[in-house]
Design a protein around this ligand. Structure first.
Ligand SMILES: Cc1cc2nc3c(=O)[nH]c(=O)nc-3n(C[C@H](O)[C@H](O)[C@H](O)COP(=O)(O)O)c2cc1C
Length: 229
């Protein structure tokens, strides 16, 4: 009788162990499945964001044209930047005033070799060249204020800026120039812009040292309030 009881208890114990082991495995499987699902939905989210960004890039300026109007009307920040300094300033302006922002790109990309670039830029300036732009801005008429940013190259705007000013009639608009440079400041460029766009109002410009572009937010905000933004 005792022996039978011991066998019975043994059988029950074995069954209980099997049930526990199977239960644990099932629970683990469920966990794995939900982790995979989460990862998958995360990936989907990333993918979707990617698609969103591409769409945004494609529609670019067009998309937001009617979206942001502040007290100075519709604003567009247009800038050229080869090494990112002017872009830093452009982003601070955009953060502060809203509106749209677009980087001017040339069809032919400039070299990253500094010495070669110095030669190329000087040659373009000597030739009064108009490097072709790959950036197109549709409906520039929708904007009242254009923030125009560029580095100083050989004491002037890069010639691509002259292409931009040739291609777009900015009559009746306000142009707010901003530059970065190694120390030349605005280098008289606002009056060159006035020459190119005689029917636009050119505000006082902002110049930022290349080494300070990342820390230029307060200088940007001060300038913006000086020119009425
Ligand atoms: C071709 C070339 C010419 C330059 N000429 C001047 C100049 O005349 N005066 C000056 O202060 N800095 C000059 N610089 C320095 C740039 O203006 C400065 O590094 C600027 O912040 C670069 O802007 P980015 O990073 O937006 O391209 C020159 C740089 C290059 C590449």
């Amino acid at each position: 009788m005792n022996k039978k009881l011991i066998v019975l208890i043994g059988v029950i114990l074995v069954i209980a162990i099997i049930v526990i082991v199977v239960g644990i495995n099932l629970a683990r499987n469920n966990e794995n499945t939900s982790t995979v699902q989460n990862q998958a939905s995360g990936e989907n989210q990333e993918e979707n964001q990617g698609v969103g960004q591409v769409t945004n890039n494609k529609t670019n300026v067009e998309q937001n044209q009617n979206s942001q109007e502040n007290k100075n009307g519709n604003v567009l920040v247009v800038y050229f930047s080869h090494t990112g300094n002017t872009e830093n300033v452009a982003n601070f302006i955009h953060e502060a005033v809203g509106g749209d922002i677009i980087k001017l790109e040339t069809e032919e990309q400039y070299t990253d070799n500094y010495n070669d670039l110095l030669d190329i830029a000087q040659e373009e300036q000597n030739d009064n060249a108009r490097p072709a732009l790959s950036t197109q801005i549709d409906n520039i008429d929708n904007y009242d204020t254009i923030f125009l940013g560029y580095p100083i190259w050989w004491g002037d705007m890069p010639m691509a800026l002259y292409t931009f000013l040739d291609e777009y009639d900015l009559s009746g608009k306000t142009i707010a120039p901003f530059t970065t440079s190694g120390g030349s400041g605005l280098s008289g460029t606002p009056s060159n812009i006035e020459d190119e766009e005689p029917n636009a109002t050119v505000t006082e410009g902002l110049s930022v040292r290349d080494s300070s572009s990342k820390n230029s937010q307060s200088a940007v905000n001060e300038w913006l309030s000086e020119i009425g933004f």
